[in-house]
Ligand binder design. Structure first.
Ligand code: ATR
Length: 278
């Protein structure tokens, strides 16, 4: 049987959870293979790429700081990744390297798995933040045809950049953090994508959730600590919550599907992952 060779490149990469996740997926799919975390110093990317080509790796994930820097080394880029301008998954297809982005779609799948009855097209979403994660999630939510996907950020100019021409189509409004707080009751899905609240600054919170609707789903992509102060406030106010682990796991599941064509069930692994962080 073909033995797969996968990996993740990043800096740092040593503490990546991806080898553990993908080794479990390989086992679940009954496939043989190896998945390694490969730490590459930013100046060594070009040399590392030569090595990957020589090894004929079947695929690899790309993490910080290479999600944009990898683009010139690819033969093809999938249209969704091109829209985002960043790649987190590379697959060897017919001898060519093709780049994909599964981050935002991984988030949407984790939301769908946790709240299967949520009606995307009828909902309004708020994305908090304007970095790489926000951009992927913003475009993935638009693909779900939500009626409105607004973006709020400390620096509103950065939010303007990620939305492209959607503001003109009336589907997106860019808001200051204060404006977003005032309108918080309007939203059915609220996604916190900044690093605010991550260990060790666990008391920090990007905005207050006073007035949040009790049927809203409040998500935080920060997954350390397990209960961020943002999610604790959401719970106290009676809203539904979604922890950040699912996004990490489902972006991996989608990458695995691109590489092997096998769909994996990440539900059990998600429980184990949550236990490790709790
Ligand atoms: P990533 O690519 O991982 O999403 P990033 O590009 O570093 O991360 O973006 C970080 C996000 O967190 C940005 O939206 C940033 O806001 P600015 O664009 O105004 O910098 C936001 N952020 C970081 N620290 C923040 C803070 N203390 N308060 C509010 N927002 C913060």
């Amino acid at each position: 049987m073909n033995k797969y060779l996968f990996g993740v490149i990043g800096y740092p990469a040593k503490h990546s959870k991806s080898p553990w996740i993908h080794t479990n997926f390989l086992e679940e799919a009954q496939l043989e293979g190896l998945y390694r975390a490969i730490e590459v110093k930013p100046d060594d990317l070009s040399e590392a790429i030569k090595g990957f080509k020589a090894l004929e790796m079947d695929g690899f994930n790309v993490t910080v700081p290479f999600k944009e820097a990898i683009l010139p080394y690819l033969d093809e880029i999938d249209s969704y990744a091109a829209k985002i301008g960043a790649v987190n998954t590379v697959a060897l297809e017919n001898g060519k390297w093709k780049g994909y982005n599964t981050d935002g779609k991984g988030f949407v799948r984790s939301l769908r798995e946790a709240y299967p009855s949520f009606d995307f097209p009828a909902g309004k979403a708020l994305v908090i933040g304007a970095g790489g994660a926000a951009k992927g999630i913003y475009h993935a939510l638009l693909e779900e045809e939500m009626v409105q996907v607004d973006v709020t950020n400390r620096t509103t100019e950065k939010a303007m950049k990620i939305i492209g021409n959607h503001a003109h189509e009336g589907q997106t409004h860019v808001l200051s953090l204060q404006e977003a707080e005032e309108k918080i009751s309007d939203y059915d899905v609220i996604v916190q994508t900044t690093s605010v609240g991550m260990v060790p600054n666990t008391k920090d919170q990007v905005l207050s959730l006073a007035g949040v609707s009790s049927h809203a789903i409040v998500c935080d992509i920060v997954y350390k600590p397990f209960h961020t102060s943002f999610l604790l406030e959401a719970e106290q106010r009676g809203a539904n919550v979604l922890h950040g682990h699912g996004m990490l796991l489902y972006q991996a599941a989608l990458a695995f599907e691109i590489w092997t064509g096998k769909r994996v069930e990440a539900t059990q692994l998600l429980k184990e992952f949550e236990q490790q962080v709790k």
